[in-house]
Design a protein around this ligand. Structure first.
Ligand SMILES: Nc1ncnc2c1ncn2[C@@H]1O[C@H](COP(=O)(O)OP(=O)(O)OP(=O)(O)O)[C@@H](O)[C@H]1O
Length: 192
């Protein structure tokens, strides 16, 4: 898997405020980076910049490989049954049958439940199942462990390890410690 994510001298401004600056990183196959920092330091903003969804105030980002982004924006049609929602995502993502990804995340038993009825953790597991629908080299996961029970947190850690073991890379934001051999980046150290 071709995976590379580099950022040079990144700065981020939101409204009138400069949040962080002079952030440089270079991630390749197998690399894991745990981004942390206090509320409002700019973690979500950083993820959006790295994903190419927002421009940096300064600096450059280079990506090799497709991005799989998990953030709080689930974009689920609340009336659609989960199996149907997953098939919709699979079509959007150019992927095949979502059944095995649903089984891996243990949401196959929820197939006929409208997504609006799913609990927070169940929705999050569905979103992670979507991430597995298609091979994407660069995983950008914003608070992916939030709302997950202990078993699901361990499963997600396993999935990240597997992804990186297969030559992918993963950058995740988490306020909680995660049992993975990731390098830690404290965004507060780059606060402007
Ligand atoms: N569109 C915007 N315009 C102005 N300010 C914004 C905008 N979006 C976010 N901000 C501000 O930028 C700062 C950083 O937000 P961001 O969501 O990146 O922080 P975070 O580190 O992810 O926080 P948390 O840990 O609470 O999720 C916050 O003070 C937020 O209010």
């Amino acid at each position: 898997m071709q995976a590379r994510l580099s950022a040079r001298d990144l700065a981020c401004r939101r409204g009138e405020r400069l949040l962080f600056r002079k952030l440089t990183l270079d991630l390749g196959p197998g690399d894991m980076l745990h981004v942390r920092g206090h509320n409002g330091v700019g973690k979500t903003s950083l993820m959006r910049i790295l994903a190419g969804l927002a421009p940096p105030f300064a600096g450059e980002v280079e990506r090799t490989g497709e991005v799989g982004l998990v953030d709080g924006r689930h974009a689920l049609d609340l009336d659609r049954e989960l199996a149907d929602a997953m098939r919709f995502w699979a079509r959007l993502d150019g992927a095949g049958d979502p059944t095995s990804a649903m089984e891996r995340l243990g949401v196959d038993a929820l197939a006929d439940i409208p997504t609006g009825y799913l609990s927070t953790g169940q929705k999050q597991r569905a979103v992670i199942a979507r991430l597995l629908l298609r091979a994407r080299a660069i995983w950008l996961l914003d608070e992916p462990f939030a709302g997950l029970d202990t078993a699901s947190q361990a499963l997600l850690a396993d999935l990240i390890a597997e992804h990186c073991g297969n030559g992918g890379l993963c950058l995740y934001v988490s306020h909680q410690p995660v049992d993975l051999p990731a390098t830690v980046l404290d965004l507060a150290e780059y606060a402007a």
